[in-house]
Design a protein around this ligand. Structure first.
Ligand code: HEC
Length: 108
């Protein structure tokens, strides 16, 4: 009985740790309201993430460039009608930025 409980606790801890990694990126996407302009498959103010993934699928240099884009913001030349910079993620770690870009680029 004790062993069974210990096993359950271990499994629970492991699956929670696994989720926490993906969860952080997803939480940031939710918190920063990327969905105001992006959805997985439909074009809103910004391109759908599936179309971004399709556009860059053969470009191994893109993940790093998109991480940089999210870190520094890029000029949007009035495309959103709001401000002229793409949303910038200040204070987000590189690991989380990579995970966010990973989510975008794996969208189908
Ligand atoms: C105010 C609207 C808006 C918000 C909010 C927004 N985006 Fe965007 N995003 C855009 C627009 C517009 C483009 C297209 C830029 C272009 O074509 O030059 C874009 C492009 C992109 C691209 C593709 C860039 C490329 O090279 O094709 C990625 C990746 C991206 N956004 C990620 C995000 C993430 C992640 C968030 C949330 C942290 C976010 N965006 C929030 C409007 C927005």
């Amino acid at each position: 009985m004790k062993l069974a409980l210990a096993l359950i606790a271990t499994v629970a801890t492991l699956s929670f740790a696994g989720h926490a990694v993906a969860g952080a990126a997803e939480d940031i996407i939710a918190k920063e309201k990327c969905s105001k302009c992006h959805t997985a498959t439909t074009t809103k103010k910004g391109p759908s993430w599936a179309s971004v993934a399709e556009k860059y699928k053969d470009k191994p240099e893109m993940p790093a460039k998109l991480v940089n884009m999210l870190k520094t913001g890029v000029p949007l030349s009035g495309k959103t009608g709001e401000d002229d910079q793409h949303k910038k993620l200040d204070g987000v770690s590189d690991a989380d930025l990579k995970a966010i870009v990973g989510i975008v680029l794996s969208t189908k």
